[in-house]
Design a protein around this ligand. Structure first.
Ligand SMILES: Cc1cc2nc3c(=O)[nH]c(=O)nc-3n(C[C@H](O)[C@H](O)[C@H](O)COP(=O)(O)OP(=O)(O)OC[C@H]3O[C@@H](n4cnc5c(N)ncnc54)[C@H](O)[C@@H]3O)c2cc1C
Length: 386
């Protein structure tokens, strides 16, 4: 039977996360960001309640659920105004790749900490000269006896200051074909030769973004996760979850903004009725409600396909979900600002910053245009345009 509702356990999980994150809310996030502080208390409480590792196998300290469960956790946190960006990278990308392709020893070493939040693993693929074209990355791992030597540069890497390690997407030295032959390395953030430089962002958030300089970092052989010749499949074991989580955080941001806008529209009165009585205010909000439900169905389907092991199907739906999520988060935050009139642009109401945050969903982890390229080519069979 086709089922369009989530199972009871997922709904209970959502409720528990909403309760916990609701104690913190947007006020906490804004306060931490303004003070240059992180979300440590929230992250730790989420971890000790098992919410950060719901997708990780029970034998490694996780909840034994799937990507749909982890995305539901993130959507609820964002809906409460307390999105946790590092969930996209640590348990979703790094946790998934290590779970699928790590050795038994690597799983034992990394997964329990990722699951309970006591260790955070950032993720680095983007490079200044490659950007959306990941085939052009030049960070390279070279074998030297019983070590790897890693050199290169990464940019816009989130949360490196709160991570103990970064999963770096590099290429192996002999891969000179022009095609990306990714090799994945776990690099401790305190390794010799590892330097980070913060990128001042216009978006106020507790999570900071960094440029990384990797200068002949020497790593043990088992820093390599998976097979250096496995190609793209290992990488997409992490990138599909990243897109699903991107969609979920965007849906949560949209639900948060819609909630704020609706509450305001019900009470703000400048004529006879509250402003929500005017269709010019009500219709955009109703439209956003519909767009949110569309985007949620897409990420739920993408996650169900991923959890069922259908990576090709998951790829198509994860892309479409990320697109739909990015769009609705932008539309919802814009409508929330507009519904608030002048208040929408004040710092006090926090909605203008939410608009900037939502914009991230159109750019990262893969831009709107690259998703349209993907859908045009793979779903519609149109010629490659780039
Ligand atoms: C806040 C933030 C956090 C991030 N966190 C991480 C992280 O933790 N780890 C990580 O690895 N990366 C991270 N990124 C990087 C992010 O994934 C990239 O910014 C994104 O992939 C786009 O790459 P770019 O910025 O180089 O843009 P570019 O590739 O330079 O693209 C610029 C514009 O050109 C368009 N464009 C490019 N090529 C085409 C084409 N063929 N057809 C049509 N349009 C095209 C793009 O859509 C975009 O609008 C983060 C970025 C931000 C802003």
């Amino acid at each position: 039977m086709t089922n369009f509702t989530e199972p009871d356990e997922r709904l209970a999980l959502r409720e528990a996360v909403a309760k916990l994150t609701g104690k913190y809310g947007a006020e906490y996030i804004e306060k931490q960001a303004a003070a240059g502080e992180k979300t440590t208390e929230l992250w730790e409480e989420m971890g000790s309640n098992g919410f950060l590792g719901v997708n990780i196998a029970e034998e490694y300290g996780g909840g034994g659920g799937g990507m749909g469960d982890l995305a539901a956790v993130l959507e609820e946190a964002a809906t409460a105004g307390a999105p946790l960006l590092m969930m996209v990278v640590s348990p979703a990308i790094c946790g998934s790749i290590i779970s699928r392709y790590g050795t038994e020893e690597q799983k034992q070493r990394w997964l329990p900490g990722i699951a309970d939040g006591s260790m955070t693993m950032a993720f680095g693929i983007t490079e200044p000269d490659a950007g959306s074209n990941s085939h052009n990355i030049t960070t390279t791992g070279r074998r030297d006896g019983d070590e790897w030597v890693l050199s290169g540069q990464k940019t816009y890497i989130s949360g490196v200051d709160e991570a103990q390690a970064v999963l770096i997407v590099a290429r192996t030295e002999d891969a000179k074909t022009g095609k990306l032959k990714p090799a994945l390395f776990v690099v401790p953030t305190d390794a010799e030769g590892f330097t980070k430089q913060v990128i001042p962002m216009a978006w106020s958030a507790p999570e900071k973004q960094f440029t990384l300089f990797l200068d002949d970092i020497r790593l043990p052989l088992d820093a390599l996760v998976g097979d250096e010749n496995a190609g793209l499949v290992q990488l997409f074991a992490g990138l599909n979850p990243e897109r699903i989580m991107g969609a979920a955080i965007s849906c949560g941001t949209a639900r948060y903004a819609l909630g704020r806008a609706t509450d305001y529209a019900k009470t703000r009165t400048v004529w006879k009725e509250p402003i929500g009585a005017h269709q010019a205010i009500a219709h955009p909000l109703a439209k956003i409600k519909i767009e949110i439900e569309q985007a949620r169905l897409l990420w739920q389907k993408a996650a169900a396909l991923y959890d069922a092991g259908d990576d090709m199907g998951a790829g198509e739906y994860a892309n479409m979900a990320k697109y739909a999520g990015g769009e609705v988060a932008c539309n919802a935050t814009d409508a929330a600002v507009h519904t608030h009139g002048g208040n929408g642009l004040t710092q006090e109401y926090g909605l203008a910053n939410a608009m900037v945050a939502a914009r991230l969903g159109r750019i990262a982890p893969v831009s709107r245009e690259m998703i349209l390229n993907f859908v045009a080519m793979h779903s519609l069979g149109l010629p490659k345009s780039y």
